[in-house]
Design a protein around this ligand. Structure first.
Ligand SMILES: *Cc1c(COP(=O)(O)O)cnc(C)c1O
Length: 467
């Protein structure tokens, strides 16, 4: 352990301070009522200003972000967050707003909502958007509540089921369940697309709708989407579009034209706003014309969502303009196919063909296992990547393959970065074939190695513990 890996409490030295104030220059502090006073002074670390700065700077560098390296996290679109977005969000006229200000004083902010809504409608083919939801999953729940309300408004109370493909993101069935709807799974075919023949018998007047993402989580375009839309509409159901995979389609194809009625966008994915750490995000929900009356009049979040995030997305759109927006998708598709074709000699590619912005490998072709020596798994490959300074791809999702390794490079990476990643992935495959234990014990160079990820998420230790 290095000296500054110590926690700030361990660096504390009695009587040391990080400030000095002029003596006797301040009036006496007002007396606190006795019952509010603590009996013992708080046990705070006593450290100098440089110690504090080093403590937090070192902690910040133990994290991996899109500003520190390549982050090919499939399904999550971890693209670069342009810094001009931050400058615009920091403008005092925006930054100083209070959500309870009189509408007459926040006309600029209202205009941002209006113009962003108009731009998103143009991109998606939806009629109108609500900006309340704070994440994709929150948008799904909002969208399903809209779906249910639409049916109830027509006196149609029998629609209790939502159809979800087996390739869906876990939030889809979870949101449906939270909304009180029954989830019915539809299988995929060997080519990774929905089995339309398996869908047909599921469709009847108890179906509220179907949730789909297109391209799906394998990065494959659902080529029979128009037919699916016709079938679902034919029994009175609606189509919900999970917009997390909108990146390759912007300016090219619109969910509204594919037949979708309700959708969310993840602004923290497709529209370059900061992502991760649990938020703040933005999952605006758009609806087709016949559903505008069902947009929520009661808010699903405080104060119309995360305004600062919406503003960043608006800045991103204005910066790109119509033509460059199209190129976002084209370059993201090019990057994904370039990596896929460059690595399929050593990683199993279960579905051949051109993908959209992401694709899935099913582990190593040669995992190095032999004569009772276990081979390297997808988890081991992911951990080894950290040693080489790249973030791991999404692993073990979608659930269709046992060793899924889901790579999404995005359009913001240079060819040199993609080549460096391809080299490292080849090197890791060679290591696995030669001696899989190198991978099984990875990472070797990170501050911590293999934490219990479930425990870390479920029972995080957030306070200093004196050893
Ligand atoms: C990320 C993602 C979601 C959930 O979005 P959050 O903003 O993380 O709540 C839903 N579906 C797909 C396909 C996703 O990739």
């Amino acid at each position: 352990m290095q000296y500054y890996d110590k926690l700030i409490f361990e660096l504390s030295k009695k009587g040391r301070t990080g400030y000095s104030l002029p003596v006797n220059k301040f009036p006496p502090a007002p007396e606190l009522p006795v019952e509010l006073r603590r009996e013992t002074p708080p046990d705070l670390p006593e450290v100098s200003e440089p110690d504090v700065v080093r403590h937090y700077t070192n902690l910040s560098q133990m994290n991996f972000g899109v500003d520190t390296g390549f982050y090919p996290l499939g399904s999550c679109t971890m693209k670069y967050n342009p810094k001009i977005n931050e400058e615009i969000a920091a403008l005092p006229g925006f930054n100083g707003l209070h959500p309870l200000m009189h509408a007459g004083l926040v006309k600029g902010a209202l205009k941002v909502y209006q113009e962003l809504g108009r731009a998103l409608s143009a991109i998606t083919g939806m009629e109108a958007f609500t900006f309340d939801p704070c994440a994709g999953a929150h948008g799904e729940l909002t969208g399903l509540m809209i779906m249910r309300q639409y049916h109830l408004n027509r006196g149609d109370t029998a629609r209790t089921k939502v159809i979800v493909p087996d390739s869906a993101h876990g939030t889809n069935p979870a949101s449906a369940a939270v909304c009180g709807l029954e989830v019915v799974e539809v299988k995929s075919l060997a080519d990774g697309r929905i089995d339309v023949e398996a869908l047909k018998p599921l469709l009847d007047e108890t179906v509220a709708g179907i949730m789909m993402t297109n391209p799906n989580t394998l990065g494959l375009f659902e080529t029979r989407i128009k037919e699916i839309a016709k079938l679902v509409h034919g029994v009175g159901g609606l189509l919900y579009y999970d917009g997390a995979n909108m990146n390759p389609l912007m300016g090219m194809v619109r969910p509204g034209d594919m037949g979708f009625d309700i959708m969310h966008l993840n602004l923290h994915k497709t529209f370059s706003t900061p992502h991760g750490g649990g938020g703040p995000g933005a999952g605006p929900v758009g609806v087709a014309k016949q559903l505008v009356d069902c947009l929520p009049d009661l808010r699903v979040s405080g104060f119309h969502g995360n305004f600062g995030i919406l503003l960043r997305a608006y800045a991103y759109l204005l910066m790109l303009g119509r033509q460059n927006l199209k190129e976002v998708g084209q370059y993201s598709v090019l990057s994904a196919n370039y990596i896929k074709e460059s690595l399929k000699d050593v990683y199993k590619l279960p579905i051949e063909g051109v993908c959209k912005h992401e694709f899935v490998f099913d582990g190593l072709i040669d995992d190095g296992g032999h004569d009772g020596v276990p081979g390297a798994t997808t988890l081991d490959v992911a951990k080894r990547l950290l040693d080489y300074g790249f973030h791991a791809p999404t692993i073990y999702f979608p659930l269709l393959f046992h060793q899924a390794l889901m790579i999404e490079p995005t359009e913001t990476e240079s060819k040199e970065t993609l080549d460096a990643f391809i080299d490292v992935m080849h090197q890791i495959a060679a290591e696995a074939a030669e001696d899989p234990s190198i991978l099984r014990e990875a990472p070797h160079r990170t501050p911590i190695r293999r934490p219990d990820e479930t425990a870390a998420a479920r029972n995080p230790v957030l306070k200093f513990k004196d050893a």
